[in-house]
Design a binder for this molecule. Sequence first.
Ligand code: ADP
Ligand code: MG
Length: 256
Amino acid sequence: MILRVENLSKHYIIKSGAFSKRQVIKAVRDVSFQVMENQSLGLIGESGSGKSTIANLVLRLIPPSGGKIELFEEDVTSLKEEEMRRYRKDIQIIFQYTNDILDPQMTVDELIKEPLKIHNIVKDRELDQEVERLLEQVGLSPSERWKLPGQLSGGQNQRIIIARAIATRARLIVCDEPVSALDVSVQGQILNLLIRLKEELNLSYLFISHDLKVIRHMCESIAVMKNGEIVELGDTFEVLNNPQHEYTKKLIEAIL
Ligand code: ADP
Ligand code: MG
C-alpha cells in the first residue's frame, strides 16, 4: 500500500472583518481512499471541491483537522516537520504549469541537479551523466540542457518539472492539474509521458483533474468529489459505465 487516507477532514476558520462572525469552511469532509503500488487514483471535481486541499494534506504541507494519513504503511498523520523529511523524496508533486514555477535564472541543467543534490541521489561525479539520463527519460534533447525556462515551451518546462519529480526516485507523485495550462495537443504528449514513466519506474499517482477525459485516460480508479466530499469511488471503467451519483452522471454527459 502506497497511500491510505481514512476519514480525512480539513476545516478552515476564517474571519473576514474585525466584527464579522467566524465562518468555518469545510474544505475536505471525511474522505477515505487508497492508492496502491503502480496504480493511479483520479480525483475529479469542480473548482473548490477540495482536490488541492487533499494534495496538500497528503504531502503534509498542511495539518489535517481530523482523520488519518498512512504513507508506505506508516501512520504519518502527526509526524513533525523533521520526521516528515525522510518522506520528502518519496512523494513529489507536479503542479499545473505556470511561468513562475521554475526559477527563471536557472538553466535546465541546474534545475535538474537541484533535487539530485538536495537528496543526495548520486555521487557528485555522476551528476552530469544523471542529468543526461533524466533529460532523455522525459523526452528532452541534450541541447535543451543549457537553456533557461524562458527559452522553452510550456510543454518542455513541464517535462523539466517531471524530471525533477522522478530525479529523487519518488514512489508516489501527486499530480495537481498537471496539464490544465497546456495546449490540447501538448496535453496528450505529457499524459503519455506520465503513463510511460509510471510503468518504467513503478510509480503511483494521485492524479487531480477537473477533466474527466484526462482521468479516464490516466487512472485505474476514480474518486468523484463534490463540496469537500467523495460522492463516488471505484474502478474507473465501472464508475463511468454505471455511475451511481447524479453529479457523476452529469460529468459523464458533459464529455459524451
Ligand atoms: P480545488 O482544488 O478542488 O479547486 P481547493 O482544495 O483549492 O479546491 O479548495 C477547497 C475549498 O477550501 C474552497 O472553498 C477554498 O476556498 C477553501 N480553501 C482552500 N484553502 C484555503 C485556505 N488556506 N483558507 C481558507 N479557505 C481555503
Ligand atoms: Mg485545485
